[in-house]
Design a binder for this molecule. Structure first.
Ligand code: SAM
Length: 215
């Protein structure tokens, strides 16, 4: 790996925000999922949770521009367990949901561990999810159309989260623990080798200061 590439990977990874995430509930159109992942990469989201109650493996379109390589996608079969797992890990989950009790998305403190739940293209957030989350947020709509495209809604909310986190200097420190940082750095730098080590059930080798594999 050339040193410039290694430095770039480290720089991007050091800005990742593991305590900011997105849960997509049956968002099934590849271009929407891809656009959401691409925005997550831009904002520094480390991992996204995709709930697919129809258990289809999500696919990406060219809209992702390869960003799916840089943002982990954890898939879940049930919204209930996806929400419970995140709440057990101290996340507050806010459903982007056009309900009467929804509050303005800018009134949330996104510097705290936060998950943003986005609903399906046609049916929106399910009744169950709306009940289980910690609150509902809305992007005020002043026009004739009732809702935004789901990937647009994701971008609006995530860039507010980014604004707040920039103001709180949360991009100026490394937020991943060293073990995760080094693990993911190896996978980003050496994807084929990482896959081979995984198949063999072996730990990844350490890298030296230039990103070369230590012998
Ligand atoms: N008919 C659906 C409904 O009533 O929820 C519309 C679904 S909308 C196309 C897809 C998703 O985008 C929603 O579930 C929500 O997560 C998000 N979304 C779209 N516009 C939004 C807005 N103005 N405020 C908050 N979330 C929004």
């Amino acid at each position: 790996m050339i040193p410039r590439r290694y430095e770039r990977l480290k720089q991007v990874l050091s800005k990742r925000q593991p305590d900011l995430t997105v849960v997509t509930e049956d968002v099934h159109k590849p271009h929407n999922l891809s656009a959401i992942i691409r925005t997550c990469d831009a904002v520094g989201v480390f991992a996204v949770h995709g709930v697919n109650s129809n258990s289809k493996v999500p696919t990406y379109s060219q809209v992702a521009q390869g960003s799916e390589k840089w943002v982990q996608l954890h898939t879940h079969n049930h919204i209930k367990t996806a929400i419970a797992d995140l709440q057990d890990s101290n996340f507050k989950i806010y459903a982007a949901h056009l309900s009467p009790e929804a509050i303005d998305y800018r009134d949330i403190d996104y510097t705290l561990p936060t998950a943003i739940l986005l609903g399906a293209e046609k049916h929106g957030v399910s009744e169950l999810a709306a009940e289980l989350v910690d609150g509902h947020i809305i992007i005020p709509m002043m026009g004739m159309v009732q809702s935004l495209n789901v990937s647009v809604a994701a971008a609006v909310i995530l860039f507010e989260a980014q604004r707040q986190r920039l103001a709180a200097q949360m991009y100026d420190r490394v937020n991943l623990d060293p073990e995760t940082f080094n693990h993911v750095l190896f996978e980003w730098g050496y994807p084929e080798l990482a896959a081979m080590y995984q198949r063999q059930g072996k730990a990844y080798p350490a890298l030296d200061e230039y990103g070369n594999i230590r012998n």
